[in-house]
Design a protein around this ligand. Structure first.
Ligand code: DGJ
Length: 735
């Protein structure tokens, strides 16, 4: 719900368990942040803005206007006139000046949630959400800023975004646009973020928030392997089950910066938005700029609660398409099986074996087009190589379909190889600084998607392949980050728009693709998981998590990813051993159990793996079918973290009515002469009795316990013989 109290000039936004309050202050109508936290009953909280304390509001003390600007809790700060903290917005006028300050003008409360033009965003019906639009202006710049807040009724989330319009007589530039800002008192916070690298994505990092500026960011042109567009400020004592968390997640797939600034007065300014590096957007008179959306979650119930809030929001209000709440086909991808060395016969031999084992879809990865037998050519030439795909694509797909399997295909539409017909014809279609040799990465350049003719040409190529055969899945890859930021197509004064225009074009292409081929299962990917973000999830219900498919490495990657994203979104495959990324050998069972926590599939040459491994596939397929509804839609709880305890990992999912639950336990290195491990479960009904079955261990007898016992006293997982052992433990309510 959203209320406006005209007398107090206070806006109150309520989700089921949280309240957010905004106040209008002084004759100049400054917009102040009052409160964000646990639900409040009353509205008279404006005193929290401390306007009765020195340096006082300008109408009472204009002598210290600058000091006021530098400590007032602004709802959406500006810069250049006295607030020295991170600004929400940065501008440069036609005359080259940078100062601005916003005053409140009007408001509107709207049922539902307006779309954000050209951008992915959360959505909801008029019954599910309500939006507050606060209109502010800087009359000197000629700038109108609309602050948008959407309150979800069924989940404790408020989303924010900003729309800026030039209402003046002259153009100006936007040099910084944050989408959200919260100014609050510092509570001795820790900062939690997700950090990584290629094959090591989204490891959880927690550190003390001292004075000064702390941020995570990417200006690599994508949300990146390295940092993630997520930031949480958490109480020092916050645990999985208890404690306060203020979290922000950016619905955007390009450059971002998420920042916490602890000030001289022990306040914290938490901001999130497009990274200002090389960002400069020209706004002509009458033009608007729509900033991407930030999802804000507050809880006082620890990480499990935060996680389930994000999961619920993304499952119900972000992910779309036919696979939104559906089981995905179990796929086998030929990448780690063959790399570039495949042809029709090889693919069909994999498909034949796979279909007999219960696998439901064959995905043909990189290498089927142009002359691509290595990663050094042909990106941009999306023409089937019939020397490899003998008989043509239609024939291959038909043969795969005859086996009762679906067929999927890989593209990397945003790229161009210097050795490609496309590059030879259009060298100016690559992103480049004119006159300067471009920096190659994986021997490829990035296409300049700010040019509509480039977008149209690539889209048509991709679409005509998809139109040519019964293709039911696309893996959309992106294997390098952006450098040499320059466009042959953009005028001088719009070169600073390239990064954002690039992201908008990716969205436009995926929007067209999903509209023209609504039945497609789209899986995004970026050199593993470099673009695993809510922006991409709006278009594809699943994203490849990491090129590291080793089950043990995956524990930390999947823990970090699942901190925010539902398990249904995490691309996870069983691969061959020794693992191609780390050389580790793990039991086939463990590889299956870890992959079952994601979308589940295989990435190995099923005709070559040991017979004893192959024999296990039908059992794993059965486990997938038995438990995927629960894994996909259930509440997720972190029971133990290998990243923290360095011994074992454990997570649990619980079905909506608490009648069913699945616990995954992975012992990493085995230890000698120890007792069983006691794990306390979560989310069960204390009054229900559950049958506890170790699905993949006949030596452990079934037991029956109450939820109360399992949650308070715990379950014993016996000592497991050998390294890298995993157990899948199911709990079923006894009626
Ligand atoms: C990177 C992806 O993450 C891999 O799965 C594979 O598709 C390769 N690209 C292909 O080039």
């Amino acid at each position: 719900m959203i209320f406006f109290n005209e007398k107090e000039r206070v806006f109150k936004l309520d989700t089921p368990n949280t309240t957010y309050m905004i106040g209008i202050v002084d004759k100049e109508n400054f917009v102040g942040h009052i409160y964000y936290g646990k639900s409040l009953r009353d509205i008279d909280a404006a005193y929290l803005m401390r306007t009765e304390e020195p340096p006082f509001i300008p109408s009472k003390n204009n002598r210290e206007r600058c000091s006021f600007y530098d400590c007032f809790p602004f709802e959406y700060p500006t810069s250049g006139v006295g607030d020295y903290r991170e600004g929400g917005i940065g501008i440069r006028t036609a005359a080259g000046h940078v100062g601005s300050m916003l005053s409140y003008i009007s408001y509107e409360i709207i049922d539902g949630k307006p779309e954000l033009k050209g951008l992915p965003a959360t959505f909801g019906t008029e019954k599910e959400c309500m939006t507050l639009k606060l209109v502010c202006e800087d009359k000197y710049v000629g700038m109108q800023v609309e602050l948008l807040y959407t309150v979800f009724e069924d989940v404790d989330v408020i989303t924010r975004s900003v729309r800026i319009t030039n209402i003046g007589q002259e153009y100006f530039y936007l040099t910084r646009v944050n989408s959200a800002c919260i100014d609050m008192d510092n509570k001795d916070f820790d900062m939690v973020s997700l950090h990584g690298s290629w094959a090591r994505e989204r490891h959880i990092q927690r550190k003390t928030l001292g004075y000064g500026i702390h941020n995570v960011s990417s200006f690599r042109g994508e949300s990146s392997h390295q940092d993630h567009p997520f930031l949480a400020l958490v109480d020092k004592n916050t645990t999985q089950e208890n404690g306060e968390i203020y979290a922000m997640n950016f619905v955007y797939s390009g450059n971002f910066r998420a920042q916490a600034e602890v000030t001289q007065f022990d306040s914290v300014r938490m901001t999130m938005g497009i990274h200002p590096e090389n960002f400069c957007w020209k706004l002509e008179c009458g033009e608007s700029f729509q900033a991407p959306e930030v999802v804000m979650v507050y809880t006082d119930k620890g990480f499990d609660a935060m996680t389930n809030t994000f999961h619920k929001l993304y499952r119900n209000h972000l992910i779309r398409g036919v696979y939104k709440n559906k089981k995905r086909p179990i796929l086998i991808n030929n990448w780690e099986a063959t790399y570039f060395a495949f042809d029709t016969e090889k693919l069909l031999s994999i498909a034949k074996e796979a279909s007999a084992l219960g696998i439901e879809m064959l995905v043909m990865d990189d290498g089927w087009f142009g002359k691509r037998n290595l990663d050094n050519c042909a990106l941009g030439d999306w023409i089937v190589n019939e020397e490899k795909i003998r008989g043509g694509l239609k024939y291959l797909v038909h043969e795969v379909n005859k086996l009762g399997m679906k067929f999927g295909i890989w593209f990397e539409p945003e790229m161009i190889s210097p050795d490609s017909d496309l590059y030879r014809a259009h060298p100016d279609w690559a992103i480049a600084i004119p006159g300067r040799p471009g920096t190659e990465s994986r021997q490829q350049f990035v296409l300049d998607l700010s040019r509509q003719e480039v977008v149209d040409c690539i889209y048509e190529q991709v679409a005509s392949v998809l139109r040519s055969a019964n293709i039911e899945y696309v893996k959309w890859d992106m294997n390098r980050q952006l450098t040499d930021i320059g466009s042959y197509g953009l005028p001088v004064d719009r070169q600073g728009e390239l990064y954002h225009r690039y992201v908008l074009a990716v969205y436009q292409m995926q929007d067209r693709l999903t509209k023209e081929f609504p039945h497609l299962l789209l899986e995004n990917c970026s050199g593993g998981g470099a673009r695993f973000d809510p922006g991409m999830l709006y278009f594809s219900p699943q994203i490849w998590c990491s090129d590291d498919t080793d089950a043990i490495e995956r524990l930390e990657i999947q823990e970090g990813t699942a901190l925010i994203y539902p398990l249904s979104t995490m691309g996870a495959h069983v691969s061959d051993c020794p693992n191609h990324a780390v050389g580790r050998v793990t039991p086939f069972d463990t590889r299956g159990i870890v992959a079952l926590a994601g979308t589940f599939g295989y990435e190995l040459d099923v005709t070559k793996i040991p017979q004893e491994d192959r024999d296990k596939i039908p059992g794993q397929v059965a486990m997938y079918h038995k438990y995927n509804d629960l894994v996909r839609e259930g509440d997720y709880y972190r029971i133990a973290s290998y990243a923290q305890n360095h011994k074992y990992d454990c997570w649990q999912v619980v079905g909506a009515n608490q009648k069913q639950s699945l616990v995954t336990f992975v012992q990493v290195l085995s230890r000698v002469n120890f007792k069983s491990i006691r794990i306390c479960l979560k989310g069960l009904n204390p009054d229900m009795r559950y049958r506890v079955v170790f699905e993949n261990d006949d030596n452990i007898a079934d037991k029956v316990y109450t939820g109360d016992m399992l949650m308070k006293a715990g379950l014993l997982v016996p000592v497991l013989w050998g390294d890298f052992q995993a157990r899948l433990i199911s709990l079923t309510n006894l009626e």
